[in-house]
Design a protein around this ligand. Structure first.
Ligand code: NDP
Ligand code: 8X3
Length: 251
């Protein structure tokens, strides 16, 4: 049976690669993000392989999230797979010098935005008594690194929400799991360093980072297991990385 998947943050990085891979497997796609042109391009690119519907909204806005998801046409309105992926780090500063707007952005997007989308989608899964939620956490949700304070807090929150969702939705047979990547080369560091591309590029110099396709593969693996198998919590790092602060760089 063809399934419908809603992917947040589908306009770049992990979300975009996941959309591309799901399309190869004929999963119908609801692609979300703020950058309309990219949503349109992706829709054009993938429409020959599967059905694609795009939703343009800022995950920080409760109203936009609910309006968008409630506007889904009937054929997309039963969501089988939710990939809670949208998110970013903003800044890398010590707790005493950090920028409050950056803190707001990370908590509003990575935590509250994920909750808003979940609230808009999960009650339907409960009615259907089926569904699969993949939460994209991070190694930053498993440990804390210098200057990572609030980003790490937001991803520790995702870790807790993932566990809570799994407990609360257990009775409905809904699968819930988190994929927690280490260093993946996407637009992530460009966003974190506010367009300072030299600083962003330096993050991935001297070792082979994960690619967004690597995470997409794992997400597809998780959602394609037989029903009795739930990948509950998975950590994946580049081979060169041992922890958030230990990366075997050959510079
Ligand atoms: P990218 O910056 O490449 O992608 C981030 C995506 O999130 C974009 O599609 C962006 O879309 C979307 N997004 C950001 N803010 C908002 C918003 N306010 N409203 C709606 N959508 C938004 O980064 P990644 O692909 O790397 O990040 C995806 C997820 O993976 C994030 O949750 C991140 O924390 C996590 N992660 C990343 C790692 C890495 O090393 N790259 C490692 C571990 C976890 P648009 O701008 O169009 O709205
Ligand atoms: C992204 C990985 O190490 O930059 O979540 O926090 S890290």
């Amino acid at each position: 049976m063809v399934k419908n998947a809603l992917i947040t943050g589908a306009t770049s990085g992990i979300g975009k690669s996941t959309a591309e891979l799901f399309a190869e497997h004929n999963i119908n796609l609801i692609l979300c993000g703020r950058r309309q042109e990219r949503l349109q391009d992706l829709q054009e690119q993938l429409s020959s392989k599967t059905k694609v519907h795009t939703l343009n909204f800022d995950i920080r806005s409760k109203g936009e999230v609910f309006n968008a998801i409630n506007s889904l046409p009937t054929e997309f309105s039963n969501i089988d797979i939710l990939v809670n992926n949208a998110g970013n780090a903003h800044g890398l500063d010590a707790i005493d010098t950090g920028n409050i707007d950056d803190w707001d952005a990370m908590m509003d997007i990575n935590v509250k935005g994920l909750l808003y989308v979940s609230k808009a989608v999960i009650p339907k899964m409960v009615n259907q008594k089926s569904g699969h939620v993949i939460n994209i956490g991070s190694t930053a949700g498993k440990e804390v690194y210098p200057n990572g304070n609030v980003y790490c807090a937001s991803k520790h929150a995702v870790d807790a929400i993932n566990k809570g969702m799994r407990i609360d939705l257990n009775q409905y047979g809904i699968r819930v799991g988190a994929i927690n990547p280490g260093l993946v080369e996407t637009e992530f560091s460009n966003v974190r360093f506010k367009g300072d591309s030299k600083r962003a590029d330096d993050v991935y110099k001297g070792f082979e980072p994960l690619k967004p396709e690597d995470i997409a593969d794992i997400i597809y693996f998780a959602i394609s297991r037989p029903y009795h198998v739930n990948i509950a919590d998975l950590v994946v790092m580049p081979t060169a990385q041992a922890s958030s602060t230990i990366v075997n760089k050959k510079l």
